[in-house]
Design a protein around this ligand. Structure first.
Ligand SMILES: [Zn+2]
Length: 278
């Protein structure tokens, strides 16, 4: 196929599950998933990056400064686990540091997906995790999606901020930045990115429609117990922290929020009662 400016790369839209593929299949998969991310608006311009761990341990990844929805297999870059360039005419993104952290800490991870899906990134920019027990699919698949504190993209500081989460979660929000997911194959990592964005949209819709009704810890325990039935393998760090449930919120009921006027009224009433007693 002749290459022309702005022409979409790999045709077709099929990525098979599983990771037992040769390098050329992984190259096509990365181009296809890149196009899916772009078509869904999870990335624009030159944002985002994808990678897979090849059978010999090298990392195949998207190049920097290119639209990930318009890649050709030969645009991809191969690096080693230290981030050193091995082959490919282009350069890998500095954000690859984040991917390498997953590969180093998680032998089970074979693919990493980083994008800036608008609604989920809106939560990340508002300082909000997607940590409420609202949607069974999210609870079963991911537990919850915590928010990693802000650090400059592509720096060791961001890796430091991520490190405590990597062994415990498969999907993370990055404050004022975007989201990152991992998986045993690229399709799973992509699905997890879709789940994050879908969850963020539903939370916003629930908040617009009324007050979101959280599930109880009893219901969450039942969902967690059903993980095996859905062939969900929790992260090796002992499983994701449980989401905030309706009764977790009750535990916080010891805390009371009052408006200034209400507080003044309570104080006045207490003073009045005290005077009446004397
Ligand atoms: Zn980014």
């Amino acid at each position: 196929m002749p290459r022309a400016e702005g022409v979409f790369s790999v045709s077709g839209g099929c990525v098979l599950a599983g990771h037992a593929k040769d390098e050329s299949e992984h190259r096509r998969d990365i181009c296809t998933v890149g196009r899916w991310l772009y078509e869904r608006g999870y990335i624009v311009a030159c944002e985002g990056n994808l990678s897979v761990r090849l059978a010999d341990g090298r990392i195949l990844t998207t190049p920097t400064c290119m639209n990930k929805g318009m890649l050709f297999p030969e645009d991809l870059v191969v690096i080693d686990t230290e981030g050193r360039h091995l082959s490919g005419e282009r350069r890998a993104s500095s954000e690859l540091l984040m991917h390498l952290l997953f590969y180093k800490m998680r032998p089970d991870v074979m693919a990493v997906c980083h994008a800036h899906p608008a609604t989920a990134t809106g939560f990340a920019a508002a300082g909000r995790a997607l940590d409420q027990a609202l949607l069974p699919e999210v609870i079963i698949g991911l537990g919850q999606i915590p928010l990693v504190r802000y650090a400059t993209a592509g720096t060791p500081e961001l890796s430091q901020a991520l490190e405590p989460y990597v062994e415990h979660y498969d999907a993370l929000l990055l404050a004022n930045h975007g989201a990152v997911t991992c998986g045993p194959d690229l399709l799973t990592a992509f699905f997890r990115m879709e789940t994050i964005e879908h969850c963020a949209k539903i939370v916003l819709a629930a908040e617009s429609a009324g007050t979101p009704k959280l599930l109880s810890s009893r219901e969450v325990a039942k969902l967690m117990a059903s993980r095996a039935r859905y062939a969900v393998t929790p992260p090796p760090g002992g499983g994701a922290e449980l989401p905030v449930t309706s009764d977790t919120e009750d535990e916080g009921a010891g805390e009371v929020t009052l408006k200034r006027g209400e507080l003044d009224a309570l104080i006045e009433e207490a003073i009045r009662k005290d005077r009446a007693r004397r």
